[in-house]
Design a protein around this ligand. Structure first.
Ligand SMILES: Nc1ncnc2c1ncn2[C@@H]1O[C@H](COP(=O)(O)OP(=O)(O)OP(=O)(O)O)[C@@H](O)[C@H]1O
Length: 324
């Protein structure tokens, strides 16, 4: 772990199922969550983002590797996409906040029982009148604020935020993102921010990690990864996000093919079956089909898991101009 990491994930693998149904949803992921900063985790559906988030939160058994930061494990909270599903409909907001607060060992509590209410709600911009009400009385955006308040009541060091704005209207999304930044600064929190929305990740993150079929393909400072992507997959993801006035396709446009089933990943690089820079378009790049590139790691000088990474200064990248 580097000294500025709040939490380190080292060579982590997570499996689901048993026997013949067992499959590895996250493979060999190494990441540092930057202390008091945000790591944005992006990737298409099924890439393993939520699995990694749930494992970091301690909800899933670790199959191989470690999640930790030395003897003092940080307190980790979670906010999910659908707040309605995460509240007991028969419990008042006040009771839900108290339940979260009760998980903090008595000697470590920063708030008294009396303060767990109006004060915590004020931190997320809600009035004390919400305390005696029930989840169904709130809009999705208000309930997401309450979910954030509930997470704060448990005094986290790290928050796993899994698609927290995906179910909200755009205007409400923006206010929730601003609120998250405010509470991050105020309480010195570290975020693992999971989203399939690159624009939102770009706005929120210091470091970006790109997952694909369970593997980490690229990781680095947000400006590097999103402005000078090295992995053809990152490049293709960026190009698939529509931008006004720009053509939709360029040389990095992926080969038309389905995303592989993570239960049956292809041999070699997981991305070669769609990669415009791989063996489908460059016959001399057979290695992509047969050898898994060394994993991208945030703690090493290895930001990209690709046999033929794009040149960092290539903008836009051109066929055949990848660095060797
Ligand atoms: N509880 C589970 N049991 C078995 N398989 C699961 C379970 N949860 C997720 N999976 C599978 O693990 C793989 C990774 O899923 P995960 O939800 O982590 O991906 P994701 O990148 O977060 O995508 P999404 O945005 O669709 O949730 C998928 O193939 C998914 O079907």
């Amino acid at each position: 772990m580097t000294t500025s990491a709040a939490l380190s994930v080292e060579d982590l693998s997570i499996a689901y199922g048993q026997g013949r149904n067992r499959f590895v949803a996250v493979r060999g992921v190494t990441l540092d969550l930057p202390l008091r900063g945000t790591l944005g985790l992006v990737g298409e559906s099924g890439s393993g983002k939520s699995t990694l988030g749930r494992a970091v939160a301690g909800f899933l058994p670790v199959h191989a590797g470690t999640i930790g930061s030395g003897p003092e494990r940080p307190r980790i909270g979670v906010v999910l996409q659908n707040p309605r599903a995460s509240f007991n409909p028969r419990m008042t907001v006040h009771r839900a906040l108290l339940e979260a607060w009760e998980t903090v060992p008595a000697a470590e509590r920063r708030l008294s029982r009396d303060e767990v209410g109006a004060q915590v709600l004020a931190d997320v911009g809600l009035g004390a009148d919400a305390l005696g009400r029930f989840p169904h009385e709130f809009s999705g955006g208000q309930l997401q604020r309450i979910a954030i308040a509930r997470a704060l009541a448990a005094q986290p060091d790290v928050l796993v935020l899994d698609e927290v704005t995906s179910a909200l209207d755009v205007g409400v999304q923006a206010t929730i993102l601003r609120l998250l930044r405010r509470v991050q600064e105020r309480f010195g929190l570290t975020y693992l921010f999971i989203s399939h929305d690159l624009a939102v990740v770009a706005q929120m993150s210091d470091v970006v990690a790109v997952m694909y079929v369970g593997r980490l393909l690229e990781v680095g400072p947000v400006a590097d990864v999103l402005q000078r992507p090295r992995h053809p997959y990152t490049r293709a993801l960026l190009d698939s996000a529509p931008r006004l006035g720009e053509p939709l396709a360029n040389a990095a446009t992926p080969v038309e093919a389905d995303i592989p089933d993570p239960r049956r990943p292809p041999p070699g690089c997981p991305y070669w079956t769609r990669c415009a820079h791989g063996p489908l378009r460059h016959p001399d790049r057979e290695i992509c089909r047969t050898e898994v590139p060394p994993a991208a790691r945030s703690d090493r000088d290895a930001p990209v898991a690709c046999h033929f990474p794009l040149r960092p200064d290539a903008d836009p990248p051109h066929e055949g101009e990848a660095a060797s």
